[in-house]
Design a protein around this ligand. Sequence first.
Ligand SMILES: Cc1ncc(COP(=O)(O)O)c(C=O)c1O
Length: 414
Amino acid sequence: MTVKWQPETKVIHSGVGPDPTGVTAAPIVQSTAFAYHSAEELESVFDGRAAGFVYSRIANPTVSAFEARMTALEDGMGGIATSSGMAAISSLVLALAGSGDEIVAGNSLFGGTYSLFRHTLSRYGIKVRFVGPRDPGAFREAICDRSKLIFVETIGNPKLDVPDIAAIAAVARDHGIPLVVDNTVTTPLLVQPKRLGADLIVHSASKFINGHGNAIGGIIIDAGTFDWSSGRFPHLAPFRSRLGQFALLAALRNRIYRDLGCCMAPFNAFLLSMGVETLGIRMERHCLNAARVAAFLSTHPKVADTGYPGLVTHQDHFLATRQFGGRYGALVTIRLGTRERCFSFINGLRLAKNLANLGDVRTLVVHPASTICRDLNDEERLAMGVTDDLVRISVGIEDPADILEDLQTALATL
Ligand SMILES: Cc1ncc(COP(=O)(O)O)c(C=O)c1O
C-alpha cells in the first residue's frame, strides 16, 4: 500500500497506525518489558509463534514505528534501528563476518567508520581491504573467497567523491556478496540505493533523518534482494530454514543486536520519527542553499578550492547528476591554504556553528583534521582527502542571504 507513495509522502504517513486511538504521531512507549496474561502466551512470543513485544532491548513499539517508516522510505523488506549510526554499521558487519573473514570498503569514509574498519575489526580477526571508491574494478580485484560484503558511502565524507553504485553492485552480484551502502549524506530523498542494486542500506539517523541535532540513532535496512542461501553465509542457515529471506534480519534481531545491546531508546525513536517527517522539504532547501554557497565560494579569491559534486568542475559531477537526480546534498568543502587560516575563518563565523555534526537545519562547520579525523595518521588523512587546510561546511536551511553574508564576513578577516 505505501510502496506507491512518493518519499515526501512516505516520511509523513508510513509507520504509524492504523491505531484504535487515532494517533498520528507514534506514541512513546517508555516500557522496559511487556507483560502477558499467561506463561503459555509469553512462551509463544519468545518462540516466535505469536507476534508481540518482550523486552525493549530487542524490540519496542515506538522503535518499530521508526523502523517501518525508514523501511518504507528505502523500499526495503525490513529494518532494525540502532543506538547510533556506528552501531548500525558495526552490528551489520558482525552479523555477516567473523574471524578470518574479509570485507572490501571504499577508502573515502566517515572517520568513525574508517577507525572501526581499520583498527577495531582487525582486533577481532576481520580484515578490511580498502580500495579507491571511484574504480569498480578495484573492488573486483580485492574480493576473495572470505569476502563477506562490500561497503561504500554514497558521497564520501568529507572527500565528497562519488562511487558508481550500480557498477559496484554489479561486481558484488557477480561474486555473490551483498553491497552495503551508507546513505547518510544523501538520504532516500536523493537516492534509493536499492534501485541501483544495493542489498543493505545503513544510516546515521543522527544527521538529516533527525534534522534538528537532538538525537543519536542509526538504522539497517535489508532491501530483500540478497539470497541468504548463498554458501558464503553458512551461519545464517538455521535462520534461513525458518524465516527464508528474513534470515539476516532475524540473525541480527535474535543474536548480534540482542547480544550487543545496541538498541535505540523509544524517546529517540520518537524524535527521529518526528524529524524525518520534514525530510522532503528540508533536503530541497539544503540542496538549494548548498548550491548557492558552493557557487559563491568557488569564485571567492580567498578560497583555494571548493569541493561540491554540484559544481561542473567536480570530478564526479556527471555521475552525481545521474545518480542523485540533479541534487547534490548539503556538504561543501573549502581549502584555505593553511590550518591557521581555517581556524581564523571558523572563529570569524557568527551564524554557522562550529561543531562535529552534519545534516542539521543549522549551518555547521568543522575543521576535520583537528577534530573528527584527528586519530588518522598523515597517510590515511591524505587518502581520505583530509588536508590540514580543509573546512567542511554542512549547509543549513536558513535564509541563504544570511549564510552567504556570514561566510563573506569570516572570509574577509583572512
Ligand atoms: C556517513 C556517516 N556514517 C556514519 C556515521 C556515524 O553515525 P553516528 O554518529 O550516528 O554514530 C556518520 C557520523 O558522522 C557519518 O557521517
